[in-house]
Design a protein around this ligand. Structure first.
Ligand code: AMP
Length: 425
């Protein structure tokens, strides 16, 4: 038997209804903040991620699905392509390619699959889905303002509230900028030098290539060492300090609660200043629902104009897992199951189904060869509210037997009143 590949999964009903509920709510909320949808390709040139995400990151160094394309055309040959492991790089590439900054398109969102070759576990997949938004634009558009950081965080709080997700924590940090981070990196290197030999192999590599990443380490034995390391908060320069204070001031003013976490560094190279994560207790080990931050230098790193930006990516798989139980009861079940009774009844039944569906009644349609008992069984299994019987007498009198499956009550209803009666429950 052929199964779905490891780390990839089928999303099945009734869960897909939850996914649709999430996506519809996302679209409604993002609309209120004037975000517009963008859809970028699922694969891109490998270069884009090497430059935009960073060669040294786990994502680029170990987790990407990359292949050499063997196209027919000479120009395709040997091109290295990669399934997107995240969507910010693609959005910024599109922003540059289509000069979106000059068209005032500064607020973009996306919903779609991403791919990383990670070790699959609950809440971590190789094909997973992200919902993300980016505010990016020329400095004159205000994209650099701390007001944007706070607005984005408030939007996320609103989204989680609308989805009925409670008990989330917003963790906040500033990771400094290219002016002050080098000093911090230096201090970290120095502090790590005498102890790094006792740390895990990942940390030994990080200490050399990108010491900030040591804070990503989850190995228990390394934690006491990491606890004693210097923190970015001690090295923020005046501008970064003021910027972080301004973001927090707005959050306080609009009463968005947050926790400072000076160990929070984002896994991606282009982040600067504001970095954040929303976590949820019920998720277990993979407790981050979403992460994001500011990336003022990314557009330039990809060969574009100066275009400060900030964005986030929500793990949709985890968002769906965090939904309250009550969300499931919002799933729409069939209103009516139409049971054609006897030869020649498929036509009249189909006609009735067509009429009801045009009046927004969710309708299941049976078959004239089914006995009534079988029709009832199928209707119950589908959790239909009513069974509607279409037999010769019903068709003649244009009045139909409508049975409420739960109460067992059965009434005769004229055709013209059926939809209203069913809607009234
Ligand atoms: P990142 O792009 O690494 O900043 O991740 C942003 C969010 O995407 C995380 O907070 C997770 O919710 C989600 N995410 C990242 N990797 C995975 C994965 N392999 N499986 C499921 N969700 C993921």
């Amino acid at each position: 038997m052929i199964k779905a590949p490891r780390g990839a999964r089928d999303l099945l009903p009734p869960d897909t209804a939850l996914w649709n509920f999430v996506e519809a709510t996302v679209r409604d909320v993002f609309r209120l903040y004037n975000f517009h949808e963008i859809r970028t390709p699922i694969f891109e040139e490998t270069q884009l991620f090497a430059r935009g995400v960073g060669e040294e990151t786990d994502i680029v160094s170990k987790e990407m699905y990359t292949w050499e394309d063997r196209g027919r055309a000479e120009s395709d040959k040997g091109q290295s392509l990669t399934l997107r492991p995240e969507n910010t790089a693609g959005v910024v590439r599109a922003y540059i390619e289509h000069k979106l900054g000059t068209r005032g398109l500064n607020k973009l969102f996306y919903i779609g699959p991403q791919f990383r070759r990670e070790r699959p576990q609950k809440g971590r997949y190789r094909q997973f889905y992200q919902i993300g938004a980016e505010v990016i634009g020329p400095a004159a558009s205000g994209s650099e303002s701390p007001a944007r950081d706070a607005e984005l965080l408030e939007m996320l709080g609103t989204l989680l509230d609308r989805l009925g997700i409670t008990g989330w924590t917003l963790e906040l940090n500033s990771v400094g900028c290219s002016d002050c981070r080098p000093d911090f990196n230096e201090a970290l290197r120095k502090a790590l030098e005498p102890v790094v030999d006792t740390m895990c192999s990942d940390c030994q590599r990080r200490a050399v290539n990108n010491p900030l990443r040591v804070f990503d380490c989850k190995v228990p034995a390394d934690q006491p060492i990491i606890e004693k390391l210097p923190r970015m908060s001690q090295f923020l320069d005046e501008k970064c300090r003021a910027n972080f204070a301004a973001v927090r001031e707005i959050l306080d003013a609009i009463e968005i609660p947050y926790t400072l976490n000076d160990r929070l560094v984002r896994g991606l190279d282009y982040y600067m200043r504001t970095a954040f994560e929303f976590t949820h207790g019920a998720l277990g080990a993979q407790n981050a629902i979403l992460g994001g931050g500011r990336y003022d230098g990314l557009s330039e790193a990809l060969g574009g104009p100066h275009a400060p930006g900030i964005g986030f990516a929500i793990g949709e798989d985890r968002l769906v897992m965090s939904l309250p139980q009550t969300a499931a009861s919002a799933l729409r079940k069939p209103d009516a199951y139409i049971a054609p009774l006897g030869a020649g009844m498929n036509g009249p039944a189909a006609r009735l189904a067509r009429e009801l569906r045009r009046q927004e009644i969710v309708t299941e349609l049976g078959d004239e060869t089914f006995r009534l008992k079988k029709s009832f069984e199928i209707a119950s299994k589908a959790a239909s509210l009513y069974v509607l019987i279409v037999g010769e007498n019903e068709v003649k009198s244009n009045t139909f037997a409508l049975k409420n499956i739960e109460t067992g009550e059965q009434v005769m209803v004229p055709r013209s009143e059926l939809a209203a009666k069913i809607k009234n429950k």
